[in-house]
Design a protein around this ligand. Structure first.
Ligand code: PSV
Ligand code: MN
Length: 424
């Protein structure tokens, strides 16, 4: 479904006056509004190809309608999101869920929507039909060399798909681990995994990055071989300068201080990328910002200061991606909400008076430090985010326009009510 720019202009005309009032009230309160708006315009968040259909839990999946049935349709969906918000200018593919048949044609299709290809993701956490060896007892950690080799070969294959699409990073998430004490020799599992990652690392083109994603639990509930940021950092440090840790917000034990983890990884120059989502109990894959927006803001505060200290480009130097599963909401609506929540938190973090915060910290003025942070957090940054969208030619209220267009109805007419997307 293509969205004509006239339709966006028509929508913006309708909400222009309301928006002008809000932005006019906010701007005089801010010192750096123009710089913030520019940063918001530049900041793009990649959409995972597996989040465009309805997800599920192990108890079932209640599919929606008009879901994308192939990679082309997934790209069209991300194109629609990007037309609405001009903030979702990249797509991340999971192989083999989304193998591009004709990479050149796929790249052209994506470019037509203004999209590039973000990190490619390998999958050694499921057995595929016809696969020679099973990953039931792990992939890179496996006791059998043949299984490990199969997992290495798969990752190298994924890199090749990525090269053909113009991607420049590989995300490796391993579900390897154990379910019961005694099942696994931890040190051997670590060493085998490291050896496998080294072979994959050796196949990376010079300009590529490898992201090592960690997860504390699931599917193995006793130990995970890349279970936390410490383990991921160990691998990344041993692998070399192209390897980084990837933080998925849902992959921590409850109440983990993620902002501190982010600060330290950035300080070490080893934070590579992000998977945004939110959770109440575990890896619930809920819409980012829907449960704990303050934590999201605190994370962004560390990201902004940490990146600034290292002279990093906020938009380009880390991989930004959503990784969520949409069980009850329309996935496209959920993704619009996710991007909005990320940008609101980013804008709030850009408003923190960093010199004042730093002075309060040095003076051990705890109350003042909290005031400074919360002052920024309690600023309604939505008009700034909307202004950035307006200037980029996107919709002032993307979700409202999506509904006014009856986009899901249109997609259902085109694709039918029973199409089920590959992925989660
Ligand atoms: C695992 O829970 C994960 O976060 C990894 O990023 C996977 O690639 C993705 O979800 C899809 O299952
Ligand atoms: Mn993830």
């Amino acid at each position: 479904m293509k969205l004509a720019s006239e339709r966006i202009q028509e929508h913006n005309k309708q909400y222009q006056q309301q928006h002008q009032q809000k932005i006019a009230a906010l701007l005089p309160q801010l010192k750096n509004a123009e710089a913030v708006i520019q940063k918001l315009t530049d900041f793009q968040i990649a959409i995972p190809s597996w989040a465009l259909g309805t997800g599920g839990t192990r108890f079932g999946r209640f599919s929606g309608s008009g879901e994308p049935g192939n990679l082309e349709q997934k790209i069209e969906d991300v194109g629609l999101l990007h037309a609405l918000n001009r903030s979702s200018g990249a797509i991340s593919l999971h192989i083999p869920w989304d193998i591009p048949g004709d990479p050149k044609a796929i790249q052209e299709l994506a470019a037509g929507f203004g999209l590039r290809f973000d990190a490619v993701n390998s999958n050694t956490f499921q057995d595929q039909p016809g696969q020679a060896h099973s990953y039931k007892f792990g992939s890179l950690q496996h006791t059998d060399k043949k299984v490990r080799q199969q997992a290495i070969d798969h990752n190298i294959e994924v890199i090749k798909h990525g090269i053909a699409l113009g991607s420049d990073s590989l995300t490796v998430w391993l579900s390897d681990g154990s379910c019961f004490p005694g099942q696994l020799n931890f040190r051997k599992a670590f060493q085998r995994t490291l050896d496998g990652l080294r072979e994959i690392y050796a196949a990376l083109p010079d300009n590529w990055k490898m992201f090592v994603e960690y997860k504390a639990f699931e599917p193995n509930f006793y130990s995970m071989t890349v279970g936390d940021w410490g383990q991921s950092l160990l691998y990344a440090n041993k692998l070399g300068p192209k390897a980084y840790t990837l933080v998925d917000l849902g992959h921590h034990l409850a109440n983990a201080n993620i902002e501190q983890i982010v600060a330290l990884l950035l300080g070490e120059g080893k934070l590579g990328g992000f998977h945004f989502n939110d959770s109440k109990y575990g890896d619930d894959d809920l819409t980012v910002g829907s449960i704990n927006p303050y934590q999201l803001f605190l994370i962004f505060n560390e990201l902004v200061t940490g990146m600034d200290e290292r002279n990093m480009n906020h938009a380009r130097d880390l991989g930004w991606m959503i990784d969520a599963s949409h069980n009850v909401k329309d996935p496209l609506e959920d993704l619009l909400q996710s991007v909005e929540a990320i940008k609101i938190a980013y804008a709030q973090a850009l408003l923190v008076d960093q010199p004042a915060l730093s002075a309060a910290q040095e003076a051990n003025d705890t109350a003042l430090a909290q005031e400074i942070l919360q002052d920024a957090y309690r600023t309604d940054t939505r008009p700034l985010v909307a202004e950035a969208r307006l200037r980029a030619g996107a919709a002032l209220a993307p979700l409202r326009l999506y509904r006014d267009l009856d986009a899901r109805g249109q997609l259902t007419k085109e694709r039918g009510s029973k199409s089920v997307a590959t992925g989660l």
